[in-house]
Design a protein around this ligand. Structure first.
Ligand code: ADP
Length: 245
């Protein structure tokens, strides 16, 4: 399992005696687009919350490039290369697309502790490259508040990419998108996965089929099935769980 970028082992979190995630083993390979599915309450969001440090596990380990994330704080995990996007887009509506990307570039502190920031050629190149990737290269001077819901979702992914994460955690990236936007988001995620890894929570099964390298099905905090989407969707246990809801 050493070639995995993320290894989650025996992961459990208990809320008042209830295990929202229960002894879970979960692995992500480099450049893998790994989709987590399962009915409401299965533990999908809680799993991502533990990987990014928002929720601390009761038991188990989360190893990312050899670092034990379960012992680290949220900001340290971000700096180590894990980027999390929540379901609703969080962009600065009064700033332009360019400015939203610019402020997402990791800033360094100088010796006096004050923040300094210079938008040099490297940062500009990175902004332009990411703007192309998220289909907003012709919208750089537009205020983010004027973008469509789908474009705001892309912008937030672009903002994450400014931090150069090696692992992205995305919660329902196509929620509320049009069919055309969903298709373009599939293209975007596959492009991102060319040199990064991703864990995506998704409910839209057609979208999952189009993007997933591997699928893990969670149910009541446990792994119900895992593998390619074709295999997982014909698994009788998975069918039963979905038809039962
Ligand atoms: P999913 O994302 O698959 O819909 P969640 O991870 O949000 O599921 O939730 C899994 C279970 O854990 C649910 O029953 C939810 O109510 C419970 N849960 C999640 N977070 C907390 C919390 N902070 N306190 C108590 N229960 C929680």
């Amino acid at each position: 399992m050493n070639k995995m970028i993320l290894s989650v082992e025996d992961l459990t979190v208990s809320f008042d005696g209830f295990n929202a995630v229960d002894n879970l083993n979960f692995y992500v390979a480099p450049n893998e687009l790994h989709v987590v599915i399962g009915p409401n309450g299965a533990g999908k969001t809680t799993l991502l919350d533990m990987i990014c440090g928002k929720t601390k596990p009761t038991k188990g380990t989360i190893s990312f490039k050899g670092l034990n994330l379960e012992r680290m704080l949220e900001y340290q995990i971000t700096r180590a290369g894990v980027g999390r996007k929540f379901q609703n887009p969080l962009v600065y509506e009064d700033l332009t697309v360019f400015e939203n990307l610019e402020i997402s570039y990791p800033r360094k502190r100088d010796v006096f502790g004050s923040l300094f920031f210079e938008c040099d050629a490297t940062v500009r190149d990175r902004i332009e490259e990411n703007a192309r990737l998220i289909f907003l290269d012709d919208q750089l001077q537009r205020k983010a508040g004027l973008l469509s819901h789908g474009q705001k979702q892309w912008l937030e992914i672009g903002m994450l990419l400014m931090q150069e994460p090696e692992l992205l955690l995305l919660d329902e990236p196509v929620a509320g998108m049009s069919a055309k936007e969903r298709e373009k988001t599939g293209e975007l995620l596959r492009n991102i996965a060319q040199n990064r890894s991703m864990v995506v929570i998704e409910h839209d099964m057609e979208f999952v089929k189009a993007i997933a390298h591997k699928v893990t099905v969670l149910h009541q905090g446990k792994k119900l099935a895992e593998g390619a989407m074709e295999k997982v969707q014909s698994d009788p246990r998975v069918i039963e769980v979905y038809l039962g809801h």
